[in-house]
Design a protein around this ligand. Sequence first.
Ligand code: ATP
Ligand code: MG
Ligand code: MG
Ligand code: MG
Length: 343
Amino acid sequence: MKEVLILLYGGRSAEREVSVLSAESVMRAVDYSKHTVKTFFISHQGDFIKTQEFDEKPDEDEKLMTNSTVELSAKIKPSDIYEEGAVVFPVLHGPMGEDGSIQGFLEILKMPYIGPNITAASVTMDKIMTKHVLDTVGVPQVPYVAVIGQESIAEKIQEVEDNLVFPVFVKPANMGSSVGISKIDSVDQLEDGLREAFKYDNRVLVEQGVDAREIEVAVLGNLDVKATLAGEVVKDVAFYDYNSKYIDNKITMDIPAHVDEKVMKNLRHYAKLAYRTVNGSGLSRCDFFVTKEGDFYLNEINAIPGFTQFSMYPLLWENMGLPYADLIEELINLGKEAFEVRE
Ligand code: ATP
Ligand code: MG
Ligand code: MG
Ligand code: MG
């Protein structure tokens, strides 16, 4: 009997299109001698729709069904995804996917799933919470001002002027793919940047901008944690925004990153430390800033990083000798292991 792998994709967050690409990549790479794949699309409104089933590798022109191709009337109750013995891969990014909500739901259903548990997902989804938690174990991070709710904006602008130096980056606390983020060069633009970020969350942070290379480490494991050599996102844009990530393809990846040995060792050490501190499980991509002087800061932990065959996370593992299809198998096994510990 082949094991059933359930892919959940789409989702309610602003990152749903990225999720479709990641899920499509997974559906093509799964080892079909071991698994059948059943896919469920989650619409923008949060409806669950049963989409496709694959017993073998789909044709190149086969695409996952999305909003435009799916019968929205065919929606099911979310709990109808349940199937005894199946493993779920929530290939979802951003709020309502990467933040612990779907993970909690799957635990209630008593289903094994791939990726972060409830704590790891909820802590890492919130950039302010992540800073608090990682501060306690001495992970280097850039200075910031947290803005909780919109009433305190005037006061917070003053706090930014007093404590940070322009440019600064304004970000919704809970988001990804650079959605809602702006680079702010002077104080008179700050309020607009804050309003933009508040469209996505009522928790916003203003971060000290750093002139730095962006270098990332992939982490894999439950209690036994492994970290890859780091890779660099080489960009010739002011910042790595949504367009440069997914539309213009203006990014190249340098794997392994050309950094000195001591920096490399430190990045891998702090990636693992950060992962363990947030109770990481399954996988995460730990993103750092590295300055010319060799100073480094952890920018964020992505608990369900972009997962297409050409995304940084799988490429970092490929460089360590773990190809994409085997990485998926490893993640399935880690998901089952975490399930056994829970149940
Ligand atoms: P992801 O898609 O990786 O989940 P995200 O939406 O969580 O991204 P960040 O990684 O925090 O957002 O920021 C997006 C980009 O903005 C970074 O990759 C970097 O290019 C730029 N950036 C963010 N914060 C800073 C900073 N403090 N200094 C300099 N650049 C920054
Ligand atoms: Mg992120
Ligand atoms: Mg992300
Ligand atoms: Mg990022």
